[in-house]
Design a protein around this ligand. Structure first.
Ligand code: ZN
Length: 197
């Protein structure tokens, strides 16, 4: 039997994505047994991050400022908005150094299985940003069923506005998460994006 405080730590750690019970147990013991102040540093870093990180009111990105570093940078091309599911996808696209426009984070993808509908995503916020200065919207949602459904839905919403809507595609295998797509492939997919009509 494990002591109650250790059980609590294991239970908390196993809620993290990709962490099973076994790994949670290993991490819990590592943290407890670690030398010096590591355990306190870790808990402090988590608390600080949670307290100081905010969502950009324009694009929905996670940042330490509002508007975020992309929305507030005059050097970014204001005429192109790249729509992604998650803040993590921005990091993936930035790594390609291919894209210089703005972003919009939807906060997920349409998934009837998980009970996520269009109303649960930041689609109205995207529509509100589509003024005459915007000439293209790139749909860079994941290449799985949910991502494709979401891209098609957003494309249909934008169509009446007459703004060019494109979808990343080339080279990315079906079912892929942007987050785990390498830079060269993602760069290629951005460059080879096709118009949705
Ligand atoms: Zn922003």
């Amino acid at each position: 039997m494990q002591a109650a405080p250790i059980q609590r730590l294991i239970a908390s750690l196993s809620k993290l994505p990709g962490i099973g019970r076994k790994t949670a147990q290993r991490l819990a013991y590592f943290i407890i047994k670690s030398d010096g102040d590591y355990a306190y540093e870790l808990s402090d870093a988590i608390a600080e991050a949670k307290k100081n990180v905010k969502y950009c009111s324009v694009c929905g990105n996670i940042s330490d400022r509002d508007p975020c570093e992309y929305c507030s940078a005059p050097s970014r091309d204001q005429s192109v908005i790249c729509v992604v599911q998650d803040s993590k996808d921005i990091i993936a696209i930035e790594r390609t150094k291919e894209f210089k426009g703005l972003y919009h984070v939807l906060g997920g993808a349409i998934s009837p299985m998980e009970g996520i509908g269009p109303d649960d995503l930041r689609i109205p916020q995207l529509m509100a940003r589509l003024n005459s200065a915007v000439t293209e919207v790139i749909l860079a949602t994941n290449l799985n069923v949910e991502g494709e459904t979401t891209a098609m839905y957003v494309a249909r919403m934008i169509k009446p506005l007459g703004i060019k809507t494109t979808r990343i595609a080339r080279g990315i295998p079906a079912g892929a998460d942007l987050e785990y797509t390498d830079e060269a492939t993602l760069s290629n997919a951005l460059e080879g994006r096709r118009v949705i009509d």
